[in-house]
Design a protein around this ligand. Sequence first.
Ligand SMILES: Cc1ncc(COP(=O)(O)O)c(C=O)c1O
Ligand SMILES: [Zn+2]
Length: 422
Amino acid sequence: MSITAETSTPTIRAGAFGNATELVCRECGATKELGPHYVCHECFGPLEITYDFPAITREQIEAGPANIWRYKALLPVPDDIEQSPNLEPGYTRLLRADNLAAELGLTKLWVKDDSTNPTNSFKDRVVACALSAAREFHSKVFACPSTGNLANAVAAAGARAGIKTVVFIPSDLETPKQVNSAVYTENLVAVDGNYDDVNKLASEIAGEEDGWAFVNVNVRPFYAEGSKTLGYEIAEQLGWRLPDQIVIPVASGSQLTKVHKAFQELIKLGLVEDKPVKIFGAQATGCSPVSEAFREGWDVVRPTRPDTIAKSLAIGNPADGVYVLDICRETGGAIADISDDEVRAAIVLLARTEGIFTETAGGTTVGVLKKLTETGQLDPELETVVINTGHGLKTLDAVTGLVGPAATIAPTYDAFVAAGIA
Ligand SMILES: Cc1ncc(COP(=O)(O)O)c(C=O)c1O
Ligand SMILES: [Zn+2]
């Protein structure tokens, strides 16, 4: 199989992709018509969607629904997207985090809490855009290779849309993430290998089988655009302005690049004032190829074999790693990594300061925020946003040994007093 093996462009209705105009290669700029294509036919670089946006006002957006479709004019989706059954993700809370800020010595901190999406991670956003593309391509199967959360989101969205789903995961994934997929689909496939092995298998199937929409493989350009909505929401919820700095978890790196793209688009459209935003990336040391490249000053990312409790971030060969490096360097940000014990501690820190239970990816992001503040790479005087991308109930094991009953007592008042809790 060659990596360019792709299905031909199916018949596509007018307006299927809204204001999107074509696919453009990120490396050489070659263009291709909108379709289930993901690699450049000239240089094998990744393809990205470009648009011809009309004038869009804040008022038009504010009049939209309280989900990602309020930004549908900025996404590769049709104008009638809300008519098709989907999970309607997004418009999650942006919470002022004064307690955590005080703990870390920051002046002004916000948590963008994406754990409250329908399947409890930001992946519902990207999957909603991929589902729209799969529909427009008349795909028969909705599928993905996943580190866990994506499989949950694909399985649930496919169930609601009435399309067959097949989701592939590494077989050593946390039980809650397996159950959170299997409950929605009978086709959860556990693969003996790590995520990078699963991803390779998915690319092969996508090249061989007709009518399969692998959300993060052959419809990746459409899928990835969904992460822009995190950036749009943060700006809108801040009162149509950009923060000074933002900390984002990095697995494939797609989300970080798309939040940056969203900020740039809002500036170009005149929806926010132009200002610099420092972008920081977060990884767990056990899978930190992008952080390593940043630290060493490399222009390339050297693939690694993941070994960390942050399994949702365990991508050893990140597709967008080099673009993450470019963005963090250009904006004056950085990429850092922390140990698994620091990830666990940060999960508890966020829970006890802000009442938000995050998964290991969020622990990684909050822990890296703490580390960057301590090392002085992040300016404590600037307004900061940290993204919580997933829910702690999916990675309970990470903190099970760390938190638990303060005491086990007899059901008597005396025993309570003796425990010294009052
Ligand atoms: C909870 C969570 N956060 C962050 C990420 C990173 O996303 P990306 O691959 O876009 O870097 C993932 C990816 O699977 C995830 O599951
Ligand atoms: Zn190219």
